[in-house]
Design a protein around this ligand. Structure first.
Ligand code: NAD
Length: 500
């Protein structure tokens, strides 16, 4: 399909009364509608267990999109495209009436048999739904059929393989859109452009000029009401296996020969293949884990992880991970990629710092402060932008070198909020563009790396937990991980993008 063409499709959202659907999916679809990116030829069936009439469901849709809407008439028109099907996904009988509803809407809206099945539900249902969709004839269509599947994709390699096997019975690999919403973020997509559209960076993007790369994703929130899920997941599975590895793959991949889905995914996969496996007694040398204890942030007293709802008071689950990844290929041999992610930290921030090597000889040796290395900082969220840290002479001074920053702030320049990740991903899926979704090979490779770490951590109780207070910068061990290589984490406060 021409990417400028407006796609027509029936979108069936499983889990339509849930948090994800209400907070992200409906508002994102609305923004696409408002911008004219959705044709009149679309309809949505919301599927969930509780009984609701179409009118009640449409009212839910209006409530969910109201805050971002400009015009009431448009909201009303948008909501008319939504229909509800009360349905227990484990109950075979419900699929026949869902099929009938889908066929009626297909002909009413002239949708050409195009269907998107969005599984916004707990992962234990993914396989069951996919198999029912095939066996009960919902995937027998004249148009395209696509399955959008939320994270987590499995719990480890074995369970991911089992899930993949189930969904592959009903959908081919190129019909499966595995969501990693980081890939929908404006600045994550920008990593590729910064790298491959600038003659300035690409020649330097290797172990001759880069000393280390740091990827940080820190949250101020705790585990909230997701204790039951998080106890089984922890930060390693919840963040590292997917989002952190995807950012590393985009930073480290070779230039693709073309910007096609297959070429980009294949280059990312090669990075994951080149990751040095860390196992056994090497795990605690390359990776450290943390768990937050009680603390305070902005004057608010916060509970420790073990005191949170649905959490074992002796829990061994990590809420923080820092690690050193080595990519054993020609481009990256010897360059550590440090990653860290955690909950209940002092700042909410996702940033990438590329630290260049020092110049061979410092002519400005006698300046007051040591010459700072050049840094390229990519601000992913909440600020979006790029900062280049250079050294220059400031007017009026003697020939001393002073650190300066060149800033590009996305929001400051465009004056508009950039599109939500889900908006872009839904749009991509409607257009059949799977580039910003994860391929099975990437999922399998990242699980096989992460499983070796979990194998050690799950079998050894961390006696020091909790090892960082809520509202702090994380465990001391994360700093020591870099110190032993002669590096340090660049302080978040020094990296802020300046928006004026
Ligand atoms: P949720 O618990 O809020 O919603 C679950 C939905 O599934 C509800 O609509 C519920 O009615 C429906 N449901 C449950 N059992 C059912 C059954 N047997 N038959 C039919 N419907 C049933 O969950 P959520 O937070 O919306 O998350 C959904 C998925 O998205 C999960 O896989 C989650 O990991 C993932 N996810 C959520 C977010 C988020 O921001 N909420 C972010 C990333 C990923």
């Amino acid at each position: 399909m021409n990417t400028n063409e407006k796609p027509s499709a029936l979108i069936i959202i499983f889990g339509a009364t849930g948090d994800l659907a209400n907070r992200k999916l409906f508002p994102s679809l609305y923004r696409l509608f408002e911008k004219g990116n959705l044709s009149e030829k679309f309809a949505v069936i919301g599927v969930a267990r509780r009984p609701l009439s179409n009118e009640q469901f449409q009212q839910n849709i209006k409530n969910s999109v109201q805050s971002s809407a400009q015009e009431q008439a448009l909201v009303d028109e948008f909501a008319t495209h939504f229909y509800y099907h009360s349905h227990d996904v484990t109950d075979s009988a419900s699929y026949a009436s869902l099929k009938k509803m889908a066929e009626d809407l297909d002909s009413h809206y002239q949708l050409d048999g195009n269907r998107i099945f969005y599984l916004a539900m707990a992962p234990e249902f993914f396989g069951t739904i996919a198999i029912h969709l095939k066996e009960d004839g919902l995937t027998m269509v004249d148009g395209f059929k696509r399955l959008v599947i939320e994270k987590p994709f499995g719990h480890d390699l074995e369970s991911a393989k089992a899930l993949n096997k189930q969904i592959r019975k009903a959908f081919s690999e190129n019909e499966i859109y595995r969501i990693d919403h980081y890939l929908g973020k404006e600045m994550v997509q920008n990593i590729e452009v910064i790298r491959f559209a600038n003659a300035l960076f690409e020649p330097l993007w290797n172990n001759r000029y880069i000393s280390n790369i740091q990827v940080t994703s820190s949250e101020t929130l705790g585990v909230e009401e997701r204790g039951r899920y998080y106890e089984k997941s922890g930060a390693l599975r919840d963040m590292v296996q997917n989002h952190m590895f995807q950012m590393v793959a985009l930073l480290a991949m070779e230039p693709p020969i073309k910007l096609t889905t297959d070429e980009i995914r294949s280059e990312k996969g090669r990075v994951l293949k080149a990751l040095r496996p860390i196992e056994g007694n090497k795990v605690n040398e390359y990776f450290i884990r943390g768990q937050y204890g009680a603390g305070d942030l902005n004057g608010k007293t916060l509970l420790g992880y073990r005191e949170e709802q649905m959490v074992d008071p002796r829990s061994n689950t990590e809420t923080y991970v820092a690690g050193k990844l080595m990519i054993d290929n020609f481009r990256w041999a010897g360059v550590p990629f440090y990653i860290r992610t955690g909950k209940r930290l002092s700042t909410k921030s996702t940033k990438i710092v590329i630290q260049f090597k020092d110049i061979p000889m410092n002519l400005y040796y006698q300046t007051e402060q040591a010459l700072q290395p050049n840094l390229l900082v990519i601000h992913i969220q909440p600020e979006e932008g790029i900062t280049l840290h250079l050294n220059a002479k400031k007017a009026g001074q003697s020939l001393n070198a002073t650190p300066i920053k060149l800033n590009f702030a996305n929001k400051g320049i465009n004056g508009l909020n950039t599109p939500e990740a889900y908006e872009k991903l839904l749009d991509d899926c409607m257009h059949g563009d799977a580039t910003n979704f994860t391929h099975w090979d990437e999922v399998a490779l990242s699980w096989s790396f992460v499983d070796k770490i979990s194998a050690v951590w799950e079998n050894t109780k961390e006696e020091n937990f909790p090892n960082y207070p809520a509202g702090s910068k994380g465990p001391k061990a994360a700093d020591e991980l870099l110190e032993k290589d002669g590096f340090f984490w660049w302080p978040m406060a020094d990296l802020e993008v300046e928006t004026c």
